[in-house]
Design a protein around this ligand. Structure first.
Ligand code: 4AD
Ligand code: MG
Length: 427
């Protein structure tokens, strides 16, 4: 028996045909002569009607919200029905009768988070998860089309990439290891063989503060490639973000519109993105009344305020080396400046960090010592600089930060099915 995906009905091709659908009861309303069941499957939601006196009416009477069922009936065009089509039911087979579903209208945010395993059935989460899947596909396509090879980095690691403060320590047999914060240091190994690589993997950060843009486990897209400079980093980043926005606007038009997002907003995202230096960023912030001084890192408030000037993605580059990681290359004629660049977007702030990596062994050792790290923890990383070192670059993009911006989400937790934060690791 052919099961029609609900979305197919809205193409108009099933008009006046008898169809079989399968799914769950989304809403139920009973009038004197008709029971209206809204049925959802993975692809969409359709209204069905069961008339009084029929077999279908009896089954529809018994059925509860979120019960699973198979339903047969005739597709009718009806402008009063949502989407313009509905099904006149001839037969209902209940598959799994649902107990009273705990999610109704006006539930608290906290409650919704406690029952995430049920909330993920909501239309909103269905749409976001579909778009997330496509966005990941577009990123893979982008890199593959440009000759980047995907590699799989380790999750257990021996030393920090992004500083000890957010490192998760974990027992590993008789010793301690850490959970990875970034694939970067391992990716740098592979460029000596494959030249252009990328990873799509989780990163872990022991973020102790609760914010709307931090998770303790997030998905990280990290390309790394040889024989390249700062300009190459910014070019690839703006091409990537623009490509993902264009493709999403085209391919996910229906999902975006249902979420209340105008695809035109994404279609407007095109290269080049504005570029300002850290120095200019600080000057702009001073004009806005912020007290941040040269050498200080920008926080969320500063990033948001800066983004108001652009109202689109933009780069901030050339940071003081003290606020950037030990592996950042510095300008030979300006040793206090790191070749590091962040991509910022409105409302969310930073969505990527990248730049050039120190490729000189002696300089790297100096930077490791200056940063208060132990040389012996980075033996193999330093070792690579001894055998045919090359200028190389890379960046890391937080998938959920990107989605939060594209889909105008209030909180990063809705960009991932099972968010982890300092307070939450259930379900
Ligand atoms: O800025 P970060 O720490 O940079 C790195 O990890 C580099 N090693 C990347 C590289 O060059 N390969 O992290 C990169 C991005 C951030 O810009 C942000 O989008 C995201 O990862 N990110 C987080 N997303 C959600 N929750 C968190 N706690 C995040 N921390 C970083
Ligand atoms: Mg960063």
């Amino acid at each position: 028996m052919y099961i029609t995906p609900i979305q197919e009905i809205f193409t108009g091709n099933c008009k006046d045909n008898c169809v079989n659908i399968r799914g769950w009861v989304y809403r139920k309303r009973t009038s004197k002569k008709t029971i209206f069941l809204l049925i959802r499957d993975a692809t969409g939601i359709i209204q069905t009607t069961s008339k009084k006196g029929t077999e279908a009416w009896k089954e529809a009477g018994k059925i509860t919200i979120e019960s699973s069922l198979k339903l047969s009936g005739t597709v009718k065009e009806d402008e009063r029905a949502p989407g313009g089509y509905e099904i006149t039911t001839s037969k209902i087979d209940i598959i799994g009768l649902s107990e009273t579903f705990p999610i109704g209208k006006d539930q608290s945010e906290e409650f919704i988070r406690d029952i995430r395993h049920l909330w993920l059935r909501s239309r909103k989460m269905n749409l976001i998860m579909r778009i997330r899947s496509e966005v990941l596909r577009f990123m893979h396509t982008f890199f593959r089309e440009r000759g980047f090879i995907e590699i799989s980095p380790p999750m257990f690691i021996t030393s920090a990439c992004e500083g000890g403060a957010t490192l998760f320590r974990t027992k590993y047999f008789d010793r301690d290891l850490y959970l990875t914060q970034s694939a970067q240091l391992y990716s740098e190994i592979l460029i000596y063989s494959l030249e252009k690589i990328y990873t799509c993997a989780p990163s872990f950060r022991a973020e102790k503060s609760r914010t709307i843009r931090h998770l303790t486990e997030y998905w990280h897209i990290e390309p790394e490639w040889a024989f390249a400079d700062m300009d190459d980093v910014m070019k690839i980043e703006e091409e990537l973000v623009s490509y993902v926005c264009q493709e999403t606007a085209e391919v996910c038009r229906r999902e975006l519109e249902e979420l209340g997002i105008d695809p035109k907003k994404l279609l407007q995202i095109r290269p080049p993105f504005p570029r300002i230096t850290y120095k200019e960023a600080i000057e702009r912030l001073h004009r806005k009344g912020f007290k941040v001084s040269w050498g200080e890192d920008m926080g969320y408030d500063e990033e948001k305020a800066l983004a108001e000037d652009f109202n689109r993605p933009f780069f901030v580059h050339d940071y003081p080396k003290e606020i950037k990681a030990f592996y950042c290359k510095t300008y030979r004629d300006r040793p206090e400046i790191a070749m590091s660049v962040d991509l910022l977007v409105p409302r969310v702030g930073e969505i990527t960090t990248g730049g050039a990596r120190e490729d000189d062994r002696d300089e790297l050792i100096k930077r490791i010592r200056e940063s208060g790290l132990r040389e012996e923890d980075y033996d193999w990383y330093i070792d690579m600089r001894r055998y045919g070192s090359v200028p190389h670059v890379g960046f890391g993009l937080g998938v959920e930060r990107l989605l939060m911006w594209m889909l105008e989400l209030d909180n990063i937790i809705d960009a991932i099915p099972f968010p982890r934060s300092i307070r939450r690791s259930y379900p």
